[in-house]
Write a protein that binds this ligand. Structure first.
Ligand code: ADP
Ligand code: TYD
Length: 226
């Protein structure tokens, strides 16, 4: 498709954080329960041990659109997938551009930023029911503002993920079904395969202990920091 070709024209590592003193931007991707938030905390500790200022953040964000999205995700309010797609993209722009604590501001201040989810989440989750090209169009502006230095995809089976997200919980989010997560994981793997020439993507096996995974991730990203 023309749009995908356009996205693929971007050079690897294109983004505001390249070749300057700006902070490094790393995003974590994976299906629900893959261990992203666990690994983000562990990576933040590693980075801070090297006296580097590092903040963690997530999407949906804690801003007004992210807060609205969480109500859709919990099922409290209902919405069409196209509406959700546009809201995820709008939340991302707010997350980037917010003048107080937006990602751009933090990176400009030389702070390393680790985000739990970014554009690939929109592509993988919403393309189950919305055309991928349109989702990419909705994210064109975000891609022009900041491309991550690196995407870390934590891979676990949908069975493992479901076991983890349902453990000790009474309610699950709208996408937390084995069928949906199977579809989303397949889409992630397909996207990674198609984008590996234009984006820095690291795939890690999430079926190990948190410490083993964290050591593996650090070995693969420490060159950004030391
Ligand atoms: P995510 O942010 O991707 O949803 P979390 O880090 O919140 O994932 O992990 C989901 C659940 O699985 C939590 O209960 C967490 O303690 C547990 N968990 C995280 N990593 C592992 C791991 N490597 N092995 C076993 N359980 C894990
Ligand atoms: P999150 O709170 O990270 O869930 P988890 O910690 O279980 O992985 O994300 C909430 C949900 O939002 C998750 O099911 C994925 C979904 N999501 C999208 O569908 N599209 C998006 O663009 C983003 C950022 C998240």
């Amino acid at each position: 498709s023309i749009f995908l070709q356009k996205i693929l024209q971007f050079k690897k590592g294109y983004g505001i954080s390249m070749g300057s003193k700006k902070g490094c931007f790393i995003v974590f991707e994976g299906i629900d329960g893959s261990g992203k938030s666990t690994q983000i905390s562990l990576l933040q500790e590693h980075i801070q041990e090297h006296s580097i200022n590092c903040m963690t953040t997530m999407e949906p964000s804690n801003g007004p659109i992210g807060t609205l999205l969480r109500q859709f995700l919990s099922g409290r309010i209902k919405g069409e997938e196209t509406t959700l797609t546009a809201l995820f993209a709008a939340d991302r722009l707010d997350h980037l551009n917010n003048p107080v604590n937006g990602i751009c501001k933090l990176l400009d201040d030389g702070i390393a930023v680790l985000s739990d989810r970014y554009v690939f989440s929109n592509y993988a989750y919403q393309s189950v029911s919305v055309p991928l090209e349109w989702i990419m169009k909705c994210n064109e502006m975000a891609n022009e503002i900041v491309r991550p230095d690196c995407h870390i995809f934590i891979d676990v089976s949908p069975e493992t993920a479901m076991e983890r997200v349902t453990r000790g919980r009474h309610q699950t989010d709208i996408y937390e079904t084995k069928e949906r997560l199977t579809d989303v994981r397949d889409r992630y793997l397909d996207l990674i395969h198609r984008m590996e020439d234009v984006e820095n993507i690291i795939i890690v096996d999430g079926n190990r202990s948190p410490q083993e995974i964290s050591d593996d991730i650090w070995a693969k990203v420490c060159h950004y920091f030391v």
